[in-house]
Design a binder for this molecule. Structure first.
Ligand code: NDP
Length: 255
């Protein structure tokens, strides 16, 4: 029960294949009081069903691109929970065509959209949630190797992840004096709704399993356990890091 007595806010559950779902299940297993969010009315019923299954404490709306929704989320959290100990940002979006055509063809709007939803939103969420962490806490985001290496078709999302990781470091530096730790978990490819938008995902998964030192794909439960570590007191000395949970793939050069 590593998270007993802690309250955790998890943003980014779409369905039971979401990485955020695995993280939420692990948090509940470890005794956390869980609060989930959904993006819009379209996802409300699904997230409410998953929340009931997970025995979450609360489900609240929040589209992270809308400042007024972040403000209402914080006001509601103040009433319902008072304090947040861990916050997981598991959110990304890019236009499907920008994850298949050449990167050179990326439109200005597509570039800015990916940056807004997938990178800037971490800054907005951290600014909103930090005041609810008076004694410190853990803020986490999910990233991918395409931030620093060229991964075919990951394109505009790779650039957004680079921005996300840099944002994570600046936030870690500024929030450290408040004992708020900010980290990113870099997961290996996992078949989720978002990942399916990347052209040739199956090829990517096969190549990954062949070349990763552990010779297999990444299990969302492994990502979730690392998230538990970061949210727990065991992670108290860790901030500003990108922690790879990818069966070791990122160490490989020519395989
Ligand atoms: P999911 O599609 O399950 O999760 C993505 C989530 O982002 C969805 O819940 C989606 O909500 C939400 N989202 C998108 N736009 C907004 C918004 N404006 N406001 C609030 N929520 C929004 O995919 P994953 O679990 O794979 O993705 C979670 C994170 O993990 C992402 O950051 C992704 O880049 C990262 N990641 C994924 C990897 C993978 O291979 N799957 C590998 C490494 C990192 P909705 O569905 O309602 O639009």
């Amino acid at each position: 029960m590593l998270l007993s007595g802690k309250t955790a806010l998890v943003l980014g559950i779409a369905n039971r294949w979401s990485i955020a779902y695995a993280i939420s299940a692990a948090y509940v297993r470890e005794g956390a009081k869980l609060i989930l969010t959904y993006q819009s009315e379209r996802q409300k019923a699904t997230v409410e069903d998953l929340s009931a299954e997970l025995k979450a404490f609360k489900v609240l709306p929040c589209d992270v691109t809308k400042p007024e929704e972040l403000d209402s989320l914080v006001s509601q959290l103040r009433i319902d929970a008072g304090r947040i100990d861990a916050c997981v940002h598991s959110i990304a979006f890019a236009n499907r065509e920008d994850l298949s055509r050449p990167f050179l063809e990326t439109s200005r709007d597509g570039f800015l959209l990916a940056q807004e939803v997938s990178a800037y939103s971490l800054v907005a969420v951290a600014r909103a949630i930090a005041p609810l962490m008076p004694d410190g806490g853990s803020i986490q985001t999910l990233t991918y190797l395409g931030s620093t290496r060229v991964v075919t078709n990951y394109n505009v999302m790779g650039v957004a992840k680079a921005s996300l990781e840099a944002s994570m470091r600046y936030l870690a530096s500024e929030l450290g004096s408040k004992n708020i730790r900010v980290n990113a978990i870099s997961a290996g490819p996992i078949k989720t709704a978002s990942a399916r938008a990347v052209k040739d995902l199956t090829k990517m998964l096969d190549a990954f399993a062949e070349h990763a030192p552990l010779r297999r794909n990444t299990d969302p439960a492994e990502v979730a356990d690392t998230s538990v570590f970061l949210a727990s007191d065991l992670g108290r000395g860790v901030t500003g890091n990108v922690i790879f949970v990818d069966a070791g793939f990122q160490i490989m050069g020519l395989a």
